[in-house]
Write a protein that binds this ligand. Structure first.
Ligand code: ADP
Length: 510
């Protein structure tokens, strides 16, 4: 404390610090001062002086620093060389690690070292050796894994190919009821993408309650898991499709008692159902067609035995009706027999080279004759000279006769019946046309079906079994030709038969 230093007189400055002037080359002195008060009166001051240390080298201390630095300078290289020697194994270890990383080769590593580092290096050598062995065994495992993955992939692909090739639509559910596989046929059946079937809940892509119920039955809490299930339903009610599903529980080959999922097969039995329907329709039609003439025959024969049968007039009428019904019956039975023979393949056409004009003329004359005294204009156009065609003449005559007989039956009074034959380069065309009631667009698709008859009153009032066109079509197709209806007519109907002249063209058609 510099005694001469003055305390500031201003009370507000009593508490504070003052830098004191000091002599040159001396320390800088700071004095802290604070008033001592008792009952508000100044009793004195506390004064505390301290100095700032000086920074920088003090010239007087230089010899001391020199004496300390000399051994340090001398020892540094020694330490350096010692350190380098001690650290060498670590450097070698680092080089070995670099080599291992570059070459990926865990060959045996031997790095010599002494002392504590010696222990460490021994452990390091062992570690590298152990790691090498481990990596080698892992690589072996990996190779085996890749091989078995490829094998599994191959087997999976094979199973999927088999499931894709199946004629049925199939889906596979896992134990929780989730769909894990579906083939393309299933996607086509439901008219959705495979992706949708595999990723979306069934309610999103299927609105059929039967299928939703079936899937629910095989879901997690479902009860139908271990049973074989068959349900029959129409998928799209509009087209009357009959789909039969069969479900088969799947079991693990290792644990036969543990179900691992369900296979559901969807079989489209629409064709079978249609065929069944067609068969029963056919039998119903046939029995009706057979019953009606038999009823008439029965009625007349009973009447002939009764009192009414004694009149000459009735006998003549009965004889006429009986003969008409018998000929109707025999034409029905003949038609049916021919059709059955063609359908079962037991009718082999007796082909020979035939002058089609002669066959057509015979059919034409028969049609004119059957028209009786009805008022029609008959026309027949055919080239005088024609190449012969290789056909069964009896069958072709039946075909032309059927068309001509329809042209007469469904014609109007005063109408025209025309038979035309034309020869083109590779076919002979037979056209039968009339100026009668014609065929509507709607009927055109059905007139070639067995037993189909138009519901038009004019057709219903005329006799027939609905077999003529079906049989004609079968005969022409048996000859690998074609029968079609000309849709471009303003009046009446025209049917066109095409018969191939050349056998190679015929073979191509086959
Ligand atoms: P059917 O003549 O015994 O009824 P078809 O098989 O010969 O049997 O003919 C089937 C149906 O085709 C006929 O019922 C009729 O409705 C229609 N059809 C056939 N030919 C003609 C024609 N020339 N004109 C109008 N309709 C015809």
């Amino acid at each position: 404390i510099v005694p001469a230093a003055k305390i500031p007189t201003e009370p507000s400055a009593w508490l504070g610090e003052t830098q004191l002037d000091s002599l040159p080359n001396q320390f800088r002195i700071i004095e802290f001062h604070a008033p001592l008060l008792a009952a508000g009166d100044l009793q004195g001051f506390v004064r505390l002086g301290y100095r700032y240390p000086t920074f920088g080298l003090d010239m007087q201390q230089l010899p001391f620093f020199a004496a300390v630095s000399l051994p340090v300078f001398l020892l540094v290289p020694l330490f350096y060389f010692l350190l380098r020697r001690e650290v060498r194994p670590v450097r070698e270890a680092s080089q070995e690690l670099n080599r291992i990383m570059d070459e990926d080769n865990f060959r045996q590593v031997q790095i010599a070292a002494t002392g504590e580092l010696g222990d460490f290096m021994q452990r390091f050598n062992q570690f590298v050796e152990h790691a090498g062995a481990r990596i080698e065994s892992l690589q072996q495992d990996q190779k085996q894994l890749i091989t078995s993955t490829k094998l599994l992939e191959y087997r999976k692909n094979r199973v999927e190919t088999v499931l894709e090739t199946l004629p049925e639509a199939v889906m596979i559910l896992d134990e929780s009821g989730a769909i894990t596989f579906a083939n393309q046929k299933l996607a086509a059946l439901f008219n959705v993408s495979l992706q949708a079937i595999l990723t979306q809940p069934p309610q999103q892509w299927c609105d059929n309650p039967d299928i939703l119920q079936l899937l629910a039955r095989h879901g997690k809490d479902g009860k139908g898991r271990n049973f074989t299930d068959t349900i029959r339903f129409n998928l799209h009610a509009a087209i009357d499709q009959a789909i039969v599903t069969k479900t088969y529980p799947l079991f693990s080959p290792n644990k036969p008692a543990a179900p691992i999922g369900t296979l559901i097969v969807f079989r489209d039995e629409t064709q079978e159902a249609l065929a069944r329907q067609a068969r029963s329709d056919f039998v119903a039609h046939l029995s009706h067609e057979l019953k009606s003439p038999l009823n008439v025959l029965g009625m007349y024969s009973e009447s002939l035995l009764s009192e009414a049968g004694k009149s000459e007039e009735f006998r003549v009428e009965a004889a006429n009706v009986i003969s008409e019904e018998v000929s109707r019956l025999s034409s029905l039975i003949n038609g049916l027999l021919s059709m059955t023979q063609i359908e079962t393949g037991s009718l082999t056409p007796d082909r020979s080279l035939v002058r089609l004009r002669d066959v057509a003329t015979a059919a034409y004359d028969e049609a004119r004759h059957s028209a009786g005294d009805r008022d029609f204009t008959f026309k027949f156009d055919a080239p005088k000279e024609m190449n012969p065609v290789y056909v069964d003449k009896d069958l072709i005559r039946i075909a032309i006769t059927n068309l001509l007989s329809n042209a007469v039956k469904y014609n109007r009074d005063g109408g025209e019946v025309r038979l035309t034959i034309e020869e083109t380069e590779d076919a002979v065309q037979v056209r039968v046309s009339d100026s009668g009631i014609g065929v509507s667009e709607e009927e055109a698709a059905k007139i070639f079906d067995k037993f189909y008859r138009s519901s038009d009153e004019r057709v219903q009032s005329i006799g027939g079994h609905g077999l003529g066109l079906a049989l004609t079509k079968q005969i022409i197709e048996l000859h690998h030709g074609s029968l079609s209806l000309n849709h471009d007519r303003a009046e009446g109907a025209e049917f066109i038969i095409n018969l191939w002249k050349d056998t190679t063209a015929m073979k191509q058609a086959i």
